[in-house]
Design a protein around this ligand. Structure first.
Ligand code: IPM
Ligand code: MG
Length: 357
């Protein structure tokens, strides 16, 4: 198959980790007889420096033309003092919105090879952790209007609007139920319906949508309870269905308890058009350019691109197996280092995976 992939290296460790993901994609293409071509585009701080805009129109066009978008990370202290609409993060939110990527899938699992890095007590970890957060990505308080800063009664105020319409909730709920059907058939919908009107609508629509999915078990948790249950007993979760802001928070929590943010990939999908694949971690400016970053979340995001973007399940599994073999053989970047293992840098980790593909 021929596929065009738009690369958005972004900022910080972005270019280093993306390079390793691209190496793996290229190796995969030649192993399985595909042809992948790559285009580069600017996003985030890199785009601000070059054009003054975190999301240039050219980048949107390049992404729209591609079969998939492969993104590393954006942001850094250099751009921290810019007003919100000019920050690198706005580029990331803007490209999600422009491509209609309303469904963000964030799997978190405990690899047996990394059991020692898990932050949970051994008796809790031994029950297992294999879940996926299905996060709504183009609505909620991230995009709700009105938003802004003002002076009211002589005081500075800031405000945002948490809002969902029923179509937005139904389509993400559908993704969650469909996802659950391919897994352990359990969906837990997370909201705050004891306080928020938005959440009451959310719950109502999720329950309605569930009527078409009676083979899937549906439960509900308030977000505070869900945050607690995630560390108390994550084995109870299969698919966590939630909105944009709660999903942002819970997916970081779900991933870090597995041992490292540096391990987890994500996929953002819309109704049609290219999907976007990116590690869930940030641009780690503190270690940027030092060849220390963990490229595995990016490499695993490439695997998700193959499976979900190009329907290449066998190719995806080959990359995932190469990653696990590399870990089983004892290679570790600094973030997941344990005594008795071999410390490697970003590039060498890429090479070790490559030679096991
Ligand atoms: C994420 C990130 C982004 C988000 C930021 C960088 C805008 O935290 O992808 O989880 O909040 O969605
Ligand atoms: Mg986040």
């Amino acid at each position: 198959m021929e596929k065009n992939i738009c690369l958005l290296p972004g900022d910080g460790i972005g270019p280093e980790i993306l390079a390793q993901g691209v190496r793996l994609l290229e190796a995969c293409a030649s192993k399985f007889g595909h042809r992948f071509t790559f285009t580069n585009a600017l996003l985030g701080g890199a785009a601000i420096d070059a054009t003054g805009n975190p999301l240039p129109d050219e980048t949107i066009r390049a992404c729209q033309k591609a079969d998939a978008v492969f993104l590393a990370a954006v942001g850094g202290p250099k751009w921290d003092n810019l007003p919100p609409e000019q920050r690198p993060e706005r580029g990331l939110l803007g490209i999600r919105k422009a491509l209609g990527l309303f469904a963000n899938l964030r799997p978190a699992m405990l690899l047996p090879e990394l059991a020692g890095a898990c932050l949970l007590r051994a008796d809790i970890a031994s029950r297992g952790l294999d879940l996926i957060v299905v996060r709504e990505l183009t609505g909620d308080i991230y995009f709700g209007e009105p938003r802004g800063r003002d002076i009211r009664d002589g005081l500075r105020v800031g405000y945002n609007t948490m809002i969902y319409n029923e179509v937005e909730v139904r389509r993400i709920a559908t993704v969650a139920f469909e996802t659950a059907r391919k897994r352990r058939k359990k969906v837990c919908s997370v909201e705050k319906s004891n306080v928020l009107e938005t959440s009451r609508l959310w719950k109502e629509v999720v329950v309605e949508t569930h009527k078409q999915y009676s083979d899937v078990e549906l439960t509900h948790l308030y977000v505070d309870n869900a945050a607690m249950q995630l560390v108390r007993d994550p084995s109870q979760f299969d698919v966590i269905l939630t909105g944009n802001i709660f999903g942002d928070i819970l997916s970081d929590e779900a991933s870090v308890i597995t041992g490292s943010l540096g391990m987890l990939p994500s996929a953002s999908l819309g109704d049609s058009g290219p999907g976007l694949f990116e590690p869930i971690h940030g641009s780690a400016p503190d270690i940027s350019g030092q060849d220390k970053a963990n490229p595995l979340a990016t490499i695993l995001s490439a695997a998700l691109m193959l499976r979900l973007g190009f329907d290449m399940g066998e190719e995806a599994a080959a990359i995932e197996q190469a990653v696990r073999k590399t870990l089983a053989d004892g290679f570790r970047t600094a973030d997941i280092m344990e005594s008795g293992k071999t410390l490697v840098g970003c590039k060498e980790m890429g090479s070790r995976v490559l030679e096991r593909l």
